[in-house]
Design a binder for this molecule. Structure first.
Ligand code: RP5
Length: 168
């Protein structure tokens, strides 16, 4: 489980508190796997100085990945990636009438040279970004790798146990 006293290894940041209902899915995965993380609002257009401070300090503070979610013209993941070498995992949030397509294209279409690993729009993307961060950390943490294998096995078992009925 998540040890709140340990130094965070993953940052979960988002452009608005309204994004938390999506990004909390990433945080829940990190919590489930016992990965120390922090979660905070960092807005590219409303708190640009904080964005720079956060990105510039990330490596020195021991962050190994930053999960960054935003909606609309989603600059947050790309701007963070421009200011840190810590890998940035971008999650497009469905926050406008374009239903997240705007955020997806804003995040995935980074010009060459500054990558952002981009995930699906919404909760599925947030969950997968959390799992991807776990997999990154598991590359040199055998206990975490074992927990990830067990997590997948348990999902496999639940599918294998499913039955289909004409009454459903
Ligand atoms: C973006 O605008 C945020 O990432 C959020 O997805 C969207 C709406 O923000 P709020 O108006 O809810 O603060 O900056």
């Amino acid at each position: 489980m998540h040890d709140t006293s340990a130094a965070p290894q993953v940052g979960v940041v988002m452009g608005s508190k309204s994004d938390w209902k999506t990004l909390s899915a990433a945080a829940r995965i990190l919590h489930e796997f016992g990965v120390p993380f922090e979660a905070r609002v960092v807005s590219a257009h409303r708190t640009p100085d904080l964005l720079f401070e956060y990105a510039e300090a990330a490596h020195g503070r021991g962050l190994r990945a930053i999960i960054a979610g935003a909606g609309g013209a989603a600059h947050l993941p790309g701007m963070l990636a421009a200011k840190t070498v810590v890998p940035v995992l971008g999650v497009p949030v469905n926050a406008t009438t374009l239903q997240g397509m705007d955020a997806l294209l804003s995040i995935v279409q980074m010009p060459k040279g500054v990558p952002v690993a981009t995930f699906a729009i919404g909760e599925a993307g947030a969950v997968n970004a959390g799992l991807f961060a776990v997999a990154m950390l598991a590359s040199n943490d055998e206990a975490l790798a074992t927990r990830l294998v067990e997590w997948r096995k348990s999902r496999e078992q639940s599918v294998l146990a499913e039955t289909l009925s004409l009454d459903e």
